[in-house]
Design a protein around this ligand. Sequence first.
Ligand code: KIV
Length: 273
Amino acid sequence: MAKNSTPETPRAARMTVPKFAALKGSGQKITMVTAYDYPFARLVDDAGVEGVLVGDSMSMVVQGHENTLPVTLDEMIYHAEMVGRAVNHALVVVDMPFPSFHLGVHKAIDNAGRILKETRCQAVKLEGGVDQAETIAGLVSAGIPVMAHCGLRPQNVHQLGGYRVQRNEDVLMKDAQAAAEAGAFAMVLECIPAGIAARITETLAIPTIGIGAGKDCDGQVLVLHDILGLTTDYTPRFVKAYADLKSTVVGAVTKYRDEVRGGEFPGPEQTFK
Ligand code: KIV
């Protein structure tokens, strides 16, 4: 039996890059969600999503930074290794953090190669279109599958002056086409009007995965902490919380605190004689 496989999770059931790309036009919408550690990655994989993204959003939701710029390649690899170990079914994609793919094609291959070598993850994601076409092509020719990320590019936050809906259809279409022609197998479209996302989705042969890009994309991705209602600060309008774990966690820990203070915990069941 291959290392890390179990009888319940045969390797044949594993989502691969070609299978993921082939979901376009299959009639089945693609669901992706982020994960950054072993227990949550295990749970989201059990929930049956097609893709798990070790996003550089980790910088904000896990590390508490104000944007995605501070997270390092070593930190991404440290977390991707946990996620890669946990996931047996979904495709696992890892974000290339800023500026791990901006220093030339060779450096980008070196950095993306580390991600594939040091984790069990299968692909990288990078923010860029026309400007990153050469890098995407270089990575793909080195055998590294690339998911592109067009539209709002959070790593450009300072250049953009904030997180805004991106509305220039000509720029967005050219970016999407350039990334697809360079060999990306799929593309995240972040924070663009639904009509533009629909036209890009119709034009491209690869799946589009929307976040704040309307319902006509081939799939959707959200940040896990937003879905679970764990995000403590600002959440963007395109987010939908499917649970309120913040209240659950605070409630549980408050009850534990009260029971410790009241002498109810540990009780006889938790005590050795
Ligand atoms: O870093 C991330 O989580 C992402 C998604 C929001 C698409 O890039």
